[in-house]
Write a protein that binds this ligand. Sequence first.
Ligand code: BG6
Length: 297
Amino acid sequence: MELDSLRLHAIPGSVEILNGGGGLPMLRLLGRDSTVDVYPHGAHVASFVPKGGRDALFMSGKSYFADGKPIRGGVPLIFPWFGPNAKDASLPAHGFARTQSWSVASTSVAADGSVSARFELKASDATRKLWPHAFSLAFTVTAGKSLSMSLEVRNTGDEPFTFEEALHTYLAVPDVRQVAIDGLKGRTYLDKMAGAARTVQTESPFGIVAETDRVYLDTPDAVHVTLPGHLAVTVAKKGSATTVVWNPWVAKAKAMADFGDDEWPRMLCVETANAASNAVTLAAGATHVMTATVTVG
Ligand code: BG6
């Protein structure tokens, strides 16, 4: 999307249209209580800075900012499948929403000083080649006391379809080896480090001590991440039954071209999702909404 057409959505003092990474256009939402950067490329939230604080989101210094490539860090928006495509491994991992150019539908300022932007993506020839369904997506990002993100999926076709989705939130942490993660006690996860073996989370809170890639099923509740001497971060959600916890650790970090070898201690993904047995089946004409809210302190 070109800067000139985006400028229609600028609001003096509240929404700036800027050149972001790689010269990609970016919206900066200047809320009373936080500042949020979001790219139409992938409807990708790249930064959330609560007033007087630091960026609560991690962004890799090695990220691509280019057409056709996902941004590494912030909040990649995953749709309509999570991870590799179950039927065709040659299709892009985590679907196509994170690499499409979304349109900006509107920007607004609320009475409480929070600032929102709404993005849209509709089925096109490009998406039909990858996924043969009629859909429209709307994604609303709000810079308030919290970062709020709401993804609406609408089935605009005549047949039901099934999809997966995730707001793949990269939290910035001083050292992932020190975090304590709470809110998943007793839940079953698919351990992708062990062939997706079903495993029960007995310890809570728990820490990260190795490469971790877990899909927690039937987990509608908020997750809290605490760090000694630092503010806690809460990821709360609605319309989401899956929580993914991911850190690549040493070897996987080295293997990723768009991720610095030494960056893994500074991030923890806590992803608000509907995946695996929690995939959503949507009737013709129906809409599903999933919301994630990130709060610091
Ligand atoms: C996580 C997955 O959500 O995303 C991991 O559970 C995956 O398996 C990670 O490695 C990163 O994926 P990508 O496609 O952004 O490299």
